[in-house]
Ligand binder design. Structure first.
Ligand code: IDP
Ligand code: MG
Length: 168
């Protein structure tokens, strides 16, 4: 009985989504939107088998971006990063699936496009670190923070995925 209670308690206090319910925050940056890469990027995540649970075209405020990139505030490129990211709309998305955070980072490639292998998004579609077309959360913890920063709860959809038994 105590065991059952403890299990239920730890389930209720679980640190966000895990397993097949893991979620990550992906954003097509302003250069990606301008260069018509939105469809291609969404296509890659869909074809991989991940589930789209949130998507919007949005103009991010400098306030939101400073919060989003808070860890980089002392970097010399911080100012130019904020103006780049606020230079036009971004497509903000939440994708869900097993190991989606780690896998998405692999699909993106390295921060610097020059270090990114062909076949990755940054390896295929950009050349400069300051114009690297896409953002992806670097850990489950950052994903949770970023999702709550960019999305309201009601903007995330719950839907039954009819292909799930063929993916898992
Ligand atoms: P990530 O996007 O691969 O997680 P971070 O180190 O978190 O890389 O940096 C965030 C963003 O800041 C990068 O995607 C890139 O747009 C920009 N950035 C990182 N390093 C540099 C740099 O050396 N010069 C200019 N921009 C940079
Ligand atoms: Mg990062």
């Amino acid at each position: 009985m105590i065991c059952l209670f403890l299990t239920l308690f730890s389930y209720l206090l679980r640190p966000g989504w895990t397993g097949v319910n893991e979620r990550t925050f992906i954003a097509v940056k302003p250069d990606g939107v301008q260069r018509r890469l939105v469809g291609e990027i969404v296509r890659r995540f869909e074809k991989k088998g991940f589930k789209l649970v949130g998507l919007k075209l949005t103009q991010a405020s400098e306030e939101l971006l400073k919060e989003h990139y808070w860890d980089l505030r002392s970097k010399p490129f911080f100012g130019s990063l904020i103006s780049y990211m606020s230079s036009g709309p971004v497509v903000a998305m939440v994708w869900q699936g097993l190991d989606v955070v780690k896998t998405a980072r692999k699909m993106l490639g390295e921060t610097n496009p020059a270090d990114s292998l062909p076949g990755t998004i940054r390896g295929d579609y950009c050349v400069e670190v300051g114009r690297n077309v896409i953002h992806g959360s670097d850990s489950v913890e950052s994903a949770q923070k970023e999702i709550s920063l960019w999305f309201r709860q009601h903007e995330l959809q719950w839907w039954e995925d009819s292909s799930k038994d063929w993916i898992y």
